[in-house]
Design a protein around this ligand. Sequence first.
Ligand code: ZN
Length: 159
Amino acid sequence: MQVTARAADRSRLGDAEVSLDERPARLRLGEPGREREHFLDWEQAVDDGGHLRKCVLCGCDTLYRSRSTPRLTVIVAVLALSVVAVGLAGYGTPSILVAALLIFAAIDVVLWMRLEWRLTCYRCRSTFRGMPIARYHLGWDARTQRRIDGANQPSPGSS
Ligand SMILES: [Zn+2]
C-alpha cells in the first residue's frame, strides 16, 4: 500500500510504499539527505482478513474512507460551468448545451467510479491507499472527529 505519512501535528512527513505482508518496523521518510526514520506500530494493525485496521503511524484505531478528487474533475466542473455561462449569455441552442452538460456529467461519473478508496487517520491524517479496504471503515464523521480530538486534549488539571 502507499502511505502518506504525517506527524502527530499533521505535518507531512513524506510518501512511502509499505508492504502489508512484510510489515516493516521502520520507515525512512523525508527529502534525500534529510531522511528520518519513523517507527511503525503493527500491533493489531491488520485484521484477520489482512486489511489495515488502524493507523500504523500514530496508533489511532479509527480511520475513515474517502475518495480523492482528481484534478480532471475540477477541469470538467469548470468546463460545465462555462457551458452554462455561455447558455445564460444567450449563445448556443439549448439542446447542444444540454448535450454538452450530459457529456461532462458522464465523464465525471466515469472518473469518480475509477477512483480508488483510501483510508485516512482521524488523528494524524496519514493516508493509506492501494490496498483492499475492510467494510467496517466508514466515511468521515464529525462526531467521531470530535471524540478523537477530545481524546487528544490533555485532561483538565494535568498540565
Ligand atoms: Zn494516525
